[in-house]
Design a protein around this ligand. Structure first.
Ligand SMILES: [Zn+2]
Length: 477
């Protein structure tokens, strides 16, 4: 006990001594002891992020679609023959102005509304009219080249089946609803998709837009939900052949400019941007908004770039090599979202080409002033895509091809047939309805109408009956 007490006292004395010694030895003013010590560095001010200007590339990036573009445009229109105007007799009652002669040997082939066609009644009392080209004496049905040609099933049934597929019901579901064989439904879908792809190519061109949003959405998830594949299988598939739906959209008119399926690679980014550029009017360089996927930069640069000869820095020596630079009008910003537990926690945006002021100016022209609005638009678009595209596409398709066909269908359906609520226009005067309902105050508007491509809402039947001419027709006919 005594030794313990003594020990404690000893420790106490030692501590007191240590404190006194420290106070004496320790300098109260560090500068006085060490006058040459460097000034404590002030806290580093948060560096203003000043992106280094893009230096340009020495070679133009490669794009597969650009290389094969020349193969596709093999069929150039021949010079148009003179128009035929009938002067004798009464006016023709059947309008043939949306048709063209399909005979490859005829000079009037492919020219719509050239006056060379006469209606010839319904052969064998069938549902479709026969048309006659008076130049080459070639008879053909008005459904030639469409899904309905040579089908015995009723038009109504085929249209409803395609509408059901466009609304996102799977092939098997549609087959059950209409009591049709699933293989027949698939066959109709394949034929409709081919026709609608041609329709999109024919109608979507020379589009002028101020903005384009490019997104990729993963498209396998719903297969897991449907119980068709297990999660493990899905992941395995995901690694083997990931399927992404690539979408390019004008956020103002909601027009889907391009839609594609494929991996999340540079080649696919190139293909999507290539498709977008083909649809746009000459000289139209919109503001591009994407997520943080880095390959978009290269893809945009490939299609919206030019060779620039840099200025000489020295008077002598060889001239600097030309550099591939973005077009002066190209604005490109990435929106990088951080999602944690399904909630958006952070949004950053990064201007890649152009200036932040220029980007905000384009957004302000659409009435989207702040950066948050800018972000919400992107989110909204993505959510819409997941509800519409993402959910719809994978219900049927085992393979990538089926996905492509449903997307081709959806592409036209979205652009031409579905009125978009945010696009509707107020009528100057409310129109009374026939029944007891309230008066109509809005004019429905589809993305294609908002983009100025058409003046009315198309029905699916109308789209499917449209005979796509082999080349663009002269305007103002
Ligand atoms: Zn002809």
């Amino acid at each position: 006990m005594v030794s313990h007490l003594f020990f404690y006292q000893l420790v106490l004395v030692a501590l007191v001594w240590l404190c006194l010694m420290l106070q004496w030895v320790w300098p109260s003013d560090p500068a006085a002891v060490c006058p040459t010590a460097p000034e404590p560095t002030p806290p580093v001010p948060k560096r203003h992020h000043e992106p280094t200007p893009f230096a340009g590339l020495t070679t133009k990036p490669h794009c597969d679609a650009c290389e094969h573009a020349s193969d596709l445009h093999s069929e150039a229109p021949r010079p148009p023959p003179p128009r035929m105007v009938s002067t004798r007799g009464r006016r023709r009652q059947v309008d043939t102005s949306t048709h063209f002669c399909p005979n490859p040997d005829c000079a009037y082939r492919g020219w719509v509304g050239w006056g060379n066609l006469r209606a010839n009644g319904h052969p064998n009392g069938g549902p479709w009219r026969q048309l006659l080209c008076v130049v080459c004496r070639h008879y053909f049905l008005e459904t030639l080249g469409t899904l309905f040609h040579g089908k015995r099933a009723s038009v109504e049934l085929i249209v409803r089946v395609i509408a059901c597929l466009a609304e996102g019901v799977g092939i098997r579901g549609t087959a059950r609803v209409f009591e049709v064989d699933p293989n027949t439904v698939l066959q109709w879908l394949v034929e409709a998709a081919e026709q609608l792809r041609a329709f999109s190519r024919y109608v979507l061109h020379d589009v002028g837009v101020r903005q384009v949003q490019l997104d990729e959405l993963f498209a396998l998830l719903s297969a897991v939900k449907d119980g068709e594949v297990s999660a493990a299988e899905a992941i395995e598939r995901l690694e083997r052949s990931p399927q992404w739906v690539w979408v390019a959209m004008d956020p103002e008119s909601k027009l889907l400019l391009a839609i594609a399926v494929g991996d999340r690679t540079l080649a696919m980014a190139q293909r999507l941007v290539h498709q977008v550029v083909e649809v746009l009017a000459l000289g139209c360089v919109p503001l591009c908004l994407t997520d943080g996927f880095k390959e978009y930069t290269t893809a945009l640069l490939t299609h919206c770039g030019q060779w620039i000869q840099p200025e000489r820095r020295q008077a002598t020596g060889p001239a600097p090599k030309p550099r591939w630079m973005p077009l002066p009008g190209l604005l490109y910003a990435q929106v990088v979202k951080t999602v944690r537990r399904r909630r958006l926690v952070r949004v950053r945006h990064r201007v890649v080409f152009g200036t932040l002021e220029a980007v905000q100016q384009v957004l302000a022209a659409c009435g989207w002033q702040s950066n948050t609005a800018f972000v919400e638009r992107i989110n909204l678009a993505i959510r819409q895509h997941i509800a519409a595209v993402g959910r719809r596409v994978t219900t049927l398709c085992k393979g990538e091809d089926g996905l492509r066909q449903q997307l081709a269908l959806y592409h036209v359906y979205h652009n031409f047939c579905l009125p978009h609520t945010s696009l509707r226009q107020a009528l100057p005067l409310p129109e009374p309805t026939n029944g007891t309902g309230s008066a109509k105050t809005w004019r429905p508007c589809t993305p294609a109408m908002a983009a100025g491509l058409t003046d009315h809402v198309w029905t699916l039947r109308e789209v499917l009956l449209f005979r796509v001419p082999p080349w663009p027709q002269p305007a103002g006919v």
